[in-house]
Ligand binder design. Structure first.
Ligand SMILES: NC(=O)c1ccc[n+]([C@@H]2O[C@H](COP(=O)([O-])OP(=O)(O)OC[C@H]3O[C@@H](n4cnc5c(N)ncnc54)[C@H](OP(=O)(O)O)[C@@H]3O)[C@@H](O)[C@H]2O)c1
Length: 263
C-alpha cells in the first residue's frame, strides 16, 4: 500500500511485450499505477514527471520487478521537455528505439468555480492539462501516422461533461482535452492509430491535495459514494483497452466508483 491507499496490481503475462509506452505524470496516482501495470504486462515504459525523487522511486519499483524503464524528468506543460521526452524514448535501446503507446496523464485540479477558483493558477492548469497535452498528442500523432499504428490514451475526467461541484474551471480544461482528443482520433484513424479518451470519476490520489481541496469537506461530500476508485482500477482499464485487437478502438470510456452520483 502507498500513501494513497493504493495497492498496485501488476497483471502477469506478456500482453504488451514488444511495445514501448510513454506515460506522463508517472510519479504518483494514476500515472504511477499505469506505469507499473503496463510494465507488468511486458511493455518497456518511459516515464515522465517533475519530481525526480518520486519518479526514481517508481522506476526502481518497476526495475525491481524485472521491468524495463527509462525515467525522464521534465514538465509535461513545456514543449522543450516534451520534445526531449520523445527524443529520449526514440534513442532508448531497451525500448527498441520506438514508442507505440502514449498515455497523456499529467495534469492537475483546481478547487472552485469561475468566481471562486484562484485565477492566478488558471494559466498553469491550462498549460499542462490542455496545451502540453495537445502538444504531445500532436507530435505522437505525427509519428504514429508515419509508422501506421500506435495508441494514444488521454486522461480526461467525468468533470469534462458534468459540472463538478468541486472544480468547475478545472472541468473546462478537461472538456477542452476531450474535444481535442476526439479531433485527434479523426485525424489519425485512417492510419491505424487508435485514440482513447478515459474519463475517470473520483480516484483518491495526490490530485485532491494539489487541487487545494479541504480534506474534511471533500471527505464529507464523497462519503455517500462509498468506496472510491483506486489508481490501479484506471490502470487496468487502460491495459485492457490496449490489449484489444488492432481493429477495435475504445474511443472513450467513463469509469466511476459505483456509488458516485455526480459529477
Ligand atoms: N484523481 C481523480 O479523482 C481524477 C479524476 C479524473 C481525472 N483525473 C486526472 O488524472 C490525471 C492524473 O492525476 P492523479 O489523480 O493521478 O493525480 P496525482 O496523484 O496528483 O498525479 C498527477 C501526476 O501528474 C504529474 N504532473 C502534474 N503536473 C505536471 C507537469 N506540469 N509536468 C509533468 N508532470 C506533471 C505529477 O507529477 P510531478 O508533480 O512530479 O510533476 C503527478 O505524477 C490528471 O490529468 C487528472 O486531472 C484525476
Amino acid at each position: 500500500m502507498d500513501m494513497t491507499g493504493t495497492t498496485a496490481r501488476t497483471p502477469s503475462g506478456h500482453a504488451l511485450s514488444g511495445r514501448t509506452a510513454i506515460i506522463t505524470g508517472a510519479s504518483s496516482g494514476i500515472g504511477r499505477a499505469t506505469s507499473l501495470t503496463l510494465a507488468g504486462a511486458g511493455a518497456a515504459v518511459v516515464i515522465q514527471a517533475r519530481r525526480a525523487d518520486s519518479l526514481e522511486n517508481v522506476a526502481r519499483e518497476i526495475s525491481g520487478r524485472g521491468g524495463k524503464v527509462l525515467p525522464v524528468i521534465g514538465d509535461a506543460g513545456l514543449e522543450a521537455d516534451i520534445d526531449r521526452l520523445l527524443d529520449e524514448a526514440l534513442a532508448w535501446d531497451d525500448g527498441g528505439r520506438r514508442y507505440d503507446i502514449v498515455v497523456v496523464n499529467a495534469g492537475r485540479g483546481l478547487l472552485g468555480g469561475i468566481l471562486t477558483s484562484d485565477a492566478a493558477q488558471w494559466q498553469d492548469l491550462y498549460q499542462v492539462n490542455v496545451l502540453g497535452a495537445t502538444y504531445i498528442m500532436r507530435r505522437a500523432g505525427q509519428y504514429m501516422i508515419e509508422k501506421k499504428g500506435g495508441d494514444i490514451v488521454a486522461i480526461s475526467s467525468v468533470a469534462a461533461r458534468n459540472l463538478s461541484p468541486f472544480g468547475a474551471f478545472y472541468g473546462s480544461s478537461k472538456a477542452a482535452l476531450s474535444v481535442i482528443t476526439e479531433a485527434l482520433r479523426r485525424d489519425v484513424a485512417s492510419s491505424g492509430v487508435r485514440v482513447t479518451t478515459v474519463m475517470p470519476g473520483i480516484v483518491l490520489t495526490g490530485f485532491q491535495e494539489v487541487a487545494g481541496y479541504n480534506a474534511e469537506n471533500f471527505g464529507n461530500a464523497v462519503a455517500p459514494f462509498g468506496k472510491l476508485l483506486e489508481p490501479s482500477d484506471i490502470a487496468e482499464t487502460i491495459c485492457w483497452l490496449l490489449t484489444l485487437p488492432p481493429h477495435v478502438n475504445i474511443n472513450e470510456i467513463a469509469i466511476r466508483p459505483t456509488g458516485q452520483v455526480y459529477p
